[in-house]
Design a protein. Structure first.
Length: 281
């Protein structure tokens, strides 16, 4: 009888242990499943990057109507996603022109961020004071986080190590424009040295321009193009490192021989998009 009781007790204990083990395995599987789901969501969010912020800026109801017409041809959403611009950042926008990208950058960085909109005085012949006022407001109140900086490319009135991003969109070729046509712009290597100076360690330099063949930078003043390799050469000389490129604005039908204002290629040129990084050490 005692043996029967002992066997029964042992069976009960074994069953209890087995049930506990099963429960533990089920709980563990649930934890693994939840963790996997969280990691998947995290990875998806990382893949999306700043897409949400970019699209909110682009879809803002009070953007100028003329800007909206440019969004598709400029592939603006893709370009801004490439930059990695986020709320709270400080962005130096070289050769901002009348402010198409300034508007969007201002909206993305938000009230805790800052955009420094730079233009050389030599471009006053192409952009009027009225255009700047329409963009920024009579007293700068329309885009309150934007400062309009006037000056040469090689002498930026920007604090050293203060910028998260420097952009130069459709502008690097201008450094080879004759002073009689564009006014004084500064010295080219000095401009890249300034970009490196104002960037924070780990900060990004975004360069976008029309592709030129060969290695002759002088076509910047005639065709308004630049060889992509020359941007890399000058950026690396200034201490920056090429991190990635994009073909989002590539166009194989452009043979790179025509002036970018030629009706055959105007607004349809082959353009390169580069990101350079300032090393952290």
């Amino acid at each position: 009888m005692k043996n029967i009781l002992l066997v029964s007790a042992a069976a009960l204990i074994l069953a209890s242990c087995q049930q506990a083990a099963v429960t533990e395995l089920e709980n563990g599987a649930e934890v693994v499943e939840q963790t996997t789901e969280k990691l998947a969501k995290s990875a998806a969010a990382e893949d999306i990057g700043n897409r949400g912020e970019v699209m909110m800026a682009i879809q803002s109801h009070d953007r100028p109507a003329a800007d909206l017409e440019n969004d598709e041809i400029r592939k603006t959403a893709e370009v801004l996603q490439f930059t990695g611009v986020w709320p709270g950042m400080t962005v130096v926008e070289l050769e901002a022109g009348s402010g198409y990208y300034t508007e969007l950058l201002s909206r993305i960085v938000g009230k805790d961020g800052k955009v420094i909109m730079q233009n050389p005085q030599g471009f006053d012949a192409f952009i009027t004071a009225e255009q700047f006022e329409a963009r920024l407001g009579a007293n700068g109140e329309r885009l309150a986080n934007v400062t309009h900086l006037r000056g040469l490319f090689d002498d930026l009135d920007v604090e050293t190590g203060s910028a998260d991003i420097v952009t130069w969109i459709l502008g690097p070729h201008e450094m080879f424009c004759a002073p009689k046509d564009c006014g004084e712009l500064g010295e080219v290597d000095g401009a890249y040295a300034e970009i490196a100076r104002v960037l924070k360690p780990g900060g990004k330099f975004i360069a976008l321009d029309h592709v030129a063949n060969g290695d002759d930078e002088a076509v910047g003043g005639t065709l308004h193009r630049i060889p992509p390799a020359s941007i890399t050469m000058r950026a690396e000389k200034a201490g920056l490192v090429l991190e990635k490129t994009s073909k989002v604005l590539a166009n194989k039908t452009d043979d790179h021989t025509k002036n970018v204002f030629n009706p055959e290629v105007r607004r349809k040129t082959d353009r390169f998009l580069h990101m350079y990084v300032k090393p952290t050490k």
